[in-house]
Design a protein around this ligand. Structure first.
Ligand code: UDP
Length: 239
């Protein structure tokens, strides 16, 4: 018999860049399929899975504003980019047989559902994968904040932030060979050591709601299941 899962309901945050693979823009179909496989494996093992995907592989408001665009318009384009990614992930998951619902913080009823918390929880209870698109629905936020917000709203046991690095280090592991990875940190340690884990608004939401957060490397196949089985992969941040 397999061991019970350490977490019942999770919120997984992927950056838009995670979908690019080795490309500079857009979505790599091979990469999105591999990620979709891992998510379905987690769901099949009994986890309820909510997803938030960023939009940085297409547009970010701050980048557009730096090139002269109105910031709010740029952020709206960024939020729409997250909807595009959510639809691509919905398709990849459905091709592999999963039941999926995209729920958007911006109303775009012709392409997906509106985000309604009670409906989202119902989807999860029924074994559907819920993809929360358009971040918080407000400009000047990021999808990290969207992920923290949705994780708290749906009562997730854990917020997983998938990155290209296998956790949080005391200094940049790309530049320093002696960089040390933290296995576990408290919220206060993240602040006092000035560690970059998530943006400040997102981090404050996690800390205020005592939501555990794990930062891990998505590119290592099987990591998601290892975490769900209770292995100490990446870095865990909790109170
Ligand atoms: N965005 C926003 N409000 C939100 C979430 C996202 O305005 O609540 C916009 C913002 O411009 C952001 C872009 O959408 O840069 C894409 O999201 P993000 O940068 O978080 O994507 P990631 O870096 O995770 O790919």
């Amino acid at each position: 018999m397999t061991a019970p899962l350490a977490y019942r309901r999770i919120l997984l945050k992927l950056s838009g860049e995670a979908l690019m693979g080795s490309e500079d823009y857009g979505i790599d179909p091979v990469v999105i399929r591999r990620i979709a496989h891992e998510i379905i494996e987690a769901r099949d093992a009994g986890a309820e899975v909510g997803l938030v995907i960023g939009g940085g592989n297409i547009f970010r408001g701050a980048g557009l504003a730096a090139s002269g665009m109105d910031r709010v318009t740029g952020d709206q384009m960024g939020m729409l980019a997250t909807v595009i990614n959510a639809l691509a992930m919905q398709d990849a998951l459905e091709k592999l047989g999963a039941k999926v619902r995209v729920m958007s913080a911006l109303k775009i009823n012709d392409v997906c559902e509106d985000y309604i918390r009670r409906r989202a929880v119902r989807h999860l209870e029924k074994g559907r994968i819920a993809i929360f698109a358009a971040g918080t629905g407000n400009p000047f936020f990021t999808t990290d904040s969207g992920a923290a917000l949705r994780a708290i709203e749906i009562g997730a046991d854990l917020l997983l932030k998938a990155t290209k690095v296998d956790g949080v280090y005391d200094k940049d592991p790309g530049k320093h060979k002696d960089a040390q990875r933290y296995e576990q940190l408290t919220y206060d340690e993240v602040i006092t050591r000035n560690l970059q884990v998530m943006d400040t608004a997102a981090f404050a939401l996690c800390r205020d709601s005592d939501l555990p957060l794990r930062i891990y490397d998505l590119s290592v196949p099987g990591n998601l299941m290892r975490i769900l089985r209770g292995e100490n992969i990446g870095t865990l941040v909790k109170g």
